[in-house]
Ligand binder design. Structure first.
Ligand code: PLP
Length: 393
């Protein structure tokens, strides 16, 4: 008999976005003319920038000629892209990387999930609550013990480990999805020192690093000692519109060693065994993100989302509603007014303003009573959504 992984039975049904779709569809059936504004799902709306499209097109043409055709590439990514990422870390964060520490991925989600391969199931895994659900589910699928770092208004949804905190593997997400909260240098120093003291490993999700507009860290490696205790996951999805094109990168430092084994070597072995790399065409497109023109083009796109975030934040401020995020992140995390639960506020907003957001309870127990709005809509829709919200609150 084929025995299955029974731990799949331990994970909750992923019903958040399907439940949102179901409620929106029901509403539309009853109100066919309602013009609904969607500020729920965290997908981008602006197209790829010109430089990236040029890179994709010219690489596609290369693939059509015998002399420039590419077959299998290096599993860990082409040097032309890895070198660009090394330069990006140097110029943006003042962090020196060796190209061997950079691994090109098909997006952050797969690597965040696959990195679980490197660790024993005996580890206790510490996950912030609320947070991107992939950290929790991928560990529950392996039957690992998970403990939570609880986010709340008093810690600004930036929970920190204390000496009592259990855990060998720590997930951190900054800027955070869903709360938009972003750790300071001092706070990340606490996390790094904590990990160093107990030989723990931090899995740092920097998928939204380019949204940081204040003087806050964008890479865990800005913190001294982090190369001895952290792996960093990055993505071009939200920063360069690659949600459908698929490319990201993961930094596994050469200095990261546990039980006498190099995690960099283990990850290389894992990737060369289980992954065949990101397509040449996509990597050539990604390369253009890191050129001078590409960086200025993606900054212009991010400015659209940042402006939307400002519009949402200003409205909530005017209404006296508590929120986090919106300054260094495309997410605004607000307290549901009048003591409503997350789903009550979802229904209220849909019914009275025809605006769709995401109930905070879908990101963990500590998210109950909170709600996420995203800045990924158009400016017109954002302005209109805020106008409607002001009339009902
Ligand atoms: N990490 C966080 C915090 C995210 O919110 C997301 C996507 O929403 C991802 C990672 C996954 O990104 P990618 O599209 O690169 O797989």
């Amino acid at each position: 008999m084929a025995k299955i992984n029974l731990h799949y039975g331990d994970i909750k049904e992923s019903y958040l976005f399907s439940e949102i779709a179901k409620r929106v569809n029901e509403y539309k059936e009853n109100h066919p003319d309602a013009d609904i504004i969607r500020m729920g799902i965290g997908d981008v709306t602006q197209p790829l920038v010109e430089s990236v499209v040029d890179g994709l097109v010219s690489a596609s043409k290369e693939m059509g000629k015998k002399e420039t055709f590419h077959g299998y590439g290096p599993e860990q990514g082409y040097s032309f892209l890895k070198e660009k990422i090394v330069q990006y870390y140097q110029s943006e964060f003042g962090v020196e990387l060796d190209p061997a520490e950079v691994f090109i991925s098909d997006g952050a989600k797969s690597d965040i999930a696959n990195v679980t391969d490197l660790f024993s199931n005996e580890n206790v895994v510490c996950v912030p609550d609320p947070v991107y659900p992939v950290y929790l589910d991928t560990n529950l699928m392996l039957g690992r013990k998970v403990v939570y770092l609880q986010g709340n208004e008093s810690n600004g949804f930036l929970p920190l480990p204390t000496p009592e905190t259990e855990g060998d593997i720590f997930y951190l997400c900054s800027p955070n999805n869903p709360t938009g909260a972003t750790y300071s240098r001092e706070q990340l120093r606490v996390c790094v020192n904590f990990a160093l003291e107990r030989d723990a490993v931090i899995l740092f999700d920097a998928a939204y690093e380019r949204f940081v507009s204040e003087d806050l860290p964008r890479s865990i490696f800005e913190i001294e000692g982090a190369k001895k205790c952290a792996i960093e996951f990055c993505s071009l999805s939200k920063t360069a519109g690659f949600t459908g094109t698929r490319c990201g990168y993961t930094i596994v430092p050469l200095e990261l060693v546990r039980q006498g084994m190099s995690l960099n070597k283990m990850w290389l072995r894992r990737q060369t065994t289980k992954f065949n790399g990101v397509s040449y065409i996509v990597q050539r497109g990604a390369e253009r993100v890191f050129c001078e023109k590409g960086l200025s083009e993606i900054s212009a796109v991010l400015a659209v989302y940042q402006e939307n975030a400002r519009i949402i934040a200003n409205t909530l401020r005017e209404l006296g509603i508590w929120f986090s995020g919106g300054v260094n992140s495309p997410y605004i995390w607000l307290k549901c007014p009048n003591g409503m639960t997350s789903w009550e506020f979802f229904d209220f907003l849909l019914d009275k303003a025809r605006v769709v957001g995401t109930p905070g309870s879908g990101f963990g127990e500590c998210g109950e009573g909170y709600f996420r709005l995203t800045a990924f809509s158009t400016k017109d829709n954002t302005v209109e959504a805020m106008r409607r919200i002001k009339t009902i609150l």
